[in-house]
Design a protein around this ligand. Sequence first.
Ligand code: LHQ
Length: 257
Amino acid sequence: MSAILFEVRNHVAVITLNRPEKLNSFNREMALSLQKALDDCNSKEVRAVYITGAGKGFCAGQDLAEVVADDAPGFDQILSEHYNPIVIRLRNLARPVVAAVNGVAAGAGANLALCCDIVVASESASFIQAFSKIGLVPDTAGTYFLPRLVGMQKAAAVMMLGDKVPAAEAERMGMIYKVYNDQEFASASFKLAETLAQMPTKALAFIKHMLTESAEHTLEQQLEMEDEYQQKAAGTKDYSEGVLAFMEKRAPKFTGE
Ligand code: LHQ
């Protein structure tokens, strides 16, 4: 059984973390396969990415059995070869990435979700910065994204206490975009990814890049960036189609070019 399932449906790359009996916790195979799947998302056919978990959990973070095994990879190896390349791929991917958190997301699994562009969750899902409970510190860019999403106070409390944050509370504090009830979660979250896949792909990639850069920019730098990227967006076929469709009072047909 592959640790990662990959298929493209209606221009959406569906990546499923697939170690359900271990709540999709990360071992080396799953981490390297996820990197490969994210590389495959650079294909022209893919215009949005949807990451979810098989079974009842999203991802329980590092497979703790792997770190105590005789041939365990070192911590440096786990971060530099497993998690960090995943974070960099997710952030550099010129496609919108939806994390569809179907169940518990703990440790590196919670932070994997927070690296994605839009995080949605089922009402029974939860987020746990489990690291402190076992004497570790958050990784997988959690200390970068969480304070930017919820502010320093809440990030400190959530990370130091390591308590379970139910999906509804995660939505309230701005950690994630939206919660769907369990019955509609699968179809509604996939519909969100499908909608993104029909939109002007290049403009969405520019938005992603601009938001990422804004974290470190001054106002002046960001205004310059908006100037530069508005011109780039105006040079796309999808912009021409968008304006034409508006003038002709019809729905636009974007191709991602
Ligand atoms: C697991 C795991 C798991 C193995 C559930 N590993 N089997 C970076 C650098 C280097 C090293 C360390 O890590 C990191 C990054 C990190 O991610 S550190 C944080 C690692 N993750 C955790 O500490 C979370 C551990 N898991 C839990 O606390 C619970 O399983 C949660 C709260 C996630 C879910 O609880 P339940 O819904 O009650 O499920 P469960 O505990 O019964 O788990 C189901 C099965 O999955 C069970 O196996 P079994 O054979 O007994 O049925 C668990 O042992 C297994 N599992 N997480 N991380």
